[in-house]
Design a protein around this ligand. Structure first.
Ligand code: AMP
Length: 192
């Protein structure tokens, strides 16, 4: 089978970051987390980081233009062309989904799968409060979840229309969720 190209959707606090790391290692694909890339930029105080910091602290979304450019550049790198990717935290808006589709199209590629790692709002809120990350104030959490429902939930239909969407429950122990995800990915790789 050719390289895997996967998108993982899920509310903040759904555990998708952890699962994506494990899946990246397990399948030998590159884990691309836009949140991690932005946090690294903030940390090293690059121009991007300086622009993004206040937006991230407020729980808002960095502009599509900026984020699309970062992802397009990352997807064009050799390690990603050679190994495939698992995208974590992108796309988050209709415009980002469109940009990703076009970016892949010009490379003659397409997505293999979009997974929605489903965890209810009440559960993710509790998990985020428990992990107490610097940008996890109650107000920012509420704001991020609201934006997710408004901007990102419509993408489920977008991927469903393209026959790419599979929903996986993110409830239960980490290892069980990991097995569920692997089951779904192994299912599509054995079809090809
Ligand atoms: P995350 O770790 O994915 O929750 O991302 C942390 C923060 O980075 C988000 O709350 C946004 O401010 C920003 N961010 C990450 N990915 C994106 C994206 N695809 N579009 C816009 N903003 C993003």
């Amino acid at each position: 089978m050719e390289n895997l190209r996967i998108v993982i959707l899920g509310r903040q606090g759904s555990g998708k970051g952890t699962q994506c790391l494990r899946l990246g290692e397990s399948y030998g694909v590159i884990h691309i987390s836009t949140g991690d890339m932005l946090r690294a930029a903030v940390e090293s105080q690059t121009e991007l980081g300086q622009k993004a910091k206040a937006i991230m602290d407020a729980g808002d979304l960095v502009s599509d233009e900026i984020i699309n450019a970062i992802v397009a550049q990352r997807i064009g790198m050799n390690d990603v062309s050679e190994n495939g990717f698992i995208l974590d935290g992108y796309p988050r808006t209709a415009s980002q989904a469109q940009a990703l589709e076009e970016e892949l199209l010009v490379k003659g590629l397409k997505l293999d799968l979009a997974i929605n790692l489903e965890v209810p709002v009440s559960e993710v809120t509790q998990r985020m409060l428990d992990r107490s990350r610097a940008d996890d104030t109650e107000e920012a959490i509420r704001r991020r979840l609201e934006i997710y429902e408004n901007e990102t939930t419509p993408l489920l239909e977008w991927f469903e229309d393209r026959n790419n969407l599979v929903v996986v429950s993110g409830l239960g122990p980490e290892d069980e969720v990991f097995s569920r995800l692997k089951g779904v990915i192994d299912g599509i790789t054995s079809e090809n």
